[in-house]
Ligand binder design. Structure first.
Ligand SMILES: [Zn+2]
Length: 151
């Protein structure tokens, strides 16, 4: 567990990579931390703009790329969709709700990713493993369907 505030963590990670914490990088990171719904770059831009009206989309893209390179943020890709950004650094999978387009973090049991990597033939070395579930959540409300989360 870290006791650093998000901005200290940001400044530390950036300086580890030889970069400075700029106000733009801080506000982009802050926006990602505040609402963890895996926004696209366009969505991040819209949120950042309300706090920093002069920021450009190109700057937001640059910030997102920097944060991803520093491993403060994960870029998540689903086929046919724009890249989404996730500030959750704990190993986790994603559940992509095909009905609403929402993406949820799924906590993984410790060691699961190592077990998954272990099925690789010895000559292969995985830099990363992504676990993405696709499906739908049961409907809530009066007409709740009992469909299971099969994939
Ligand atoms: Zn995530």
């Amino acid at each position: 567990m870290t006791t650093l505030s998000s901005n200290d963590a940001l400044a530390q990670r950036l300086s580890d990579s030889g970069l400075r914490a700029t106000p733009q990088r801080e506000v982009v990171y802050d926006v990602l931390l505040r609402k963890r719904d895996h926004p696209t770059a366009d969505e991040v831009f819209a949120r950042v703009k309300s706090e920093m009206p002069t920021i450009s989309l190109a700057t937001v893209y640059n910030c997102l790329e920097t944060l991803t390179q520093c491993n403060l943020v994960r870029a998540v890709n689903f086929e046919r969709g724009p890249t989404r950004y996730c500030p959750n650094l704990a190993p986790h999978g994603h559940f992509h709700d095909e009905q609403t387009g929402a993406t949820h973090d799924i906590e993984l049991p410790p060691g699961l990713l190592d077990e998954v990597k272990a099925v690789l033939p010895p000559q292969y070395e995985a830099a990363s493993v992504e676990i993405i579930f696709r499906g739908r959540l049961p409907q809530t409300g009066a007409r709740a369907s009992r469909r299971s989360l099969s994939s």
